[in-house]
Design a protein around this ligand. Sequence first.
Ligand code: C2E
Ligand code: CA
Ligand code: CA
Length: 624
Amino acid sequence: MRILIVDDEAGMHDSYRQCLSAGEGDGTLRQMASELFGTHDGAEPAAPVFDLVHAHQGQEAVDLVAAAGEDRFAVAFIDVRMPPGIDGRETARRIRAIDPDINLVIVTGYSDYAPIEIGRVAGSVDKLFFIAKPFEVEEIVQTATALTQRWHVDRELAETRAALAEKVLILEEQTHELAANEMKALHLANHDSLTDAPNRLAFIRSLSGWVRADECFAMAMLDLDRFKLVNDTFGHLAGDELIRRVCDILQQQVPDGGMVARLGGDEFAMLYPTGGIDAAVMEAERMIHACSANFRIFGHSVQGSASVGLVVVEAESHADPIDVMRRADLALNDAKKNARGGVRVFDESMDESIRFRRAIESGLSRAIEQGELRLVYQPIVSRDTLEVVAFEALMRWESAEYGTISPAMFIPIAEESNLIHELGDWVLAEALTMLEKWPGQYVSVNFSPRQFRRPNFVGHIVERVDRAGISPSRLQIEITETAIFDDAERAAETLYRLRQMGFRIALDDFGTGYSSLYNIRKFALDCLKIDKSFIDGMGRERESAAIVHSIVHLGRALGLEVVAEGVETDAQVQALRVAGASHLQGYHLSRPVEAARSLEIATSRFFGESDPVAETLPGSGTYG
Ligand code: C2E
Ligand code: CA
Ligand code: CA
């Protein structure tokens, strides 16, 4: 460890030499080191080895420090008075300016300078020390040893710090790089690589936001006319260039607050706020007009032309984004077919499925008058004896126009209009007529949620049943979970009143809705109908079997009958007997049958004399 001695007296240099040379003299140094830094293992500590460098004038010392390079000094002992050159204070100042880390020990004979004054010029007060002349040997040894140790530790610390700082720098760089990569990936995922416009994914995401906003907006789907021709005649690069140019134009032309996305190929989609259909059409026409320029592309002249399909979405419509896109697409198709270079606004006549719905609706309203509806009856049998205790009434529609239409298809359509009430009234009347003919069975009639929520539903039913002179106990009202859980309180009250009057209540398709098994306690019920999907799954998946078992359990605990629906195999019959279902219904027992056949079955109370099940297997003449 290098120590610089700065003193103008030669004798002083000898004193320093005596104090600080290891292994010489009286071993003061060794002893001091041991006292200062201790030895944990009792061994003699190695005395620090000092490399003394001597300067007799201040400037000489300054030059030595400047020339030290890698071999820096740990400590400098500096005399204050060193005529004729610069004094100790100035020496300290200059040395400190060169080496900020060096420990300076000012050795002062008389108090020419107050320490604070020297500190002011020599800086780094924590590395500035004072020893009064004449000094003791111990004082010098102790100071030298302690300060060289400290210098060493400081250096190590500084190195570690520098290394850490470097690591932090690298980490920061890496973080930046990562963030940039992430941004890039995110950008790529949401943008079209050719035009850098938002892509289909980003568009759908935006659209999902727009349909929720409280502002009327338009979605325009734009498609270039004869784009294929451009590609085929001038090549794909020209086609790409045209797409890019059109995209730029659209981005400039889209109304303020709007967005342009490239959906793919030559198809773009725009969203923009609008005041209504007329304004939206005008904007779309303006955009088409802007695209109908003559483009110079790679030396070729290309005439631009585009068609637009338009959908205007009312504020807070909460429309389904995909449905909005589908409508815009249908309108665009129509524009391409009929109005090239123009705008078509979506209307329902463009939508095949909507057209079909409308047709069904108008067909249904005539179906009753024209006698196209009838009921079929599916037996519900008791588990053990297979006695027919009831029939479920199921609607059939033989349409002159469309052939046989399933209730699963037309009931939901009727549900959307008041037609469902007309149908329901007809079904109830028809079923009640049938009841009069059967010896004692009850009829189970389906009521859709809308029917159930009809004002004065109870009064309505009571009146019909009274008029037919039928006991309420022979009518079972089948409703689904959806019907009751939308307004549970009102439903509970309705069901309670019906049940008080003696009507039977069944919860249909049980298990498919959202009701928890626990919740249904609140409702006055007679019967749970386990949905067919669970019966199907029983032999295949553990879950279904478990669900069936727990529904049966629950039903029994609440004192309810449990009907298993959609029983199609003998294995299911056996499994359901084991599980404890009280009643069975399904093709394996009987398909829904025509009224006349239901009367035969009702009268014999079983399907056949010898083997009640076999005769009614699917395809044995019953309805299907
Ligand atoms: P749902 O109430 O769940 O009726 C049971 C459906 O399953 C009936 O279909 C029946 O024919 C069928 N089915 C019975 N056993 C089996 C079987 O073993 N295997 C299979 N694969 N199917 C079986 P359907 O008659 O087509 O009725 C469909 C739905 O239409 C009914 O489901 C009910 O929700 C509704 N519906 C039928 N008639 C009426 C009605 O008069 N009024 C109301 N509101 N809805 C009705
Ligand atoms: Ca049903
Ligand atoms: Ca059902």
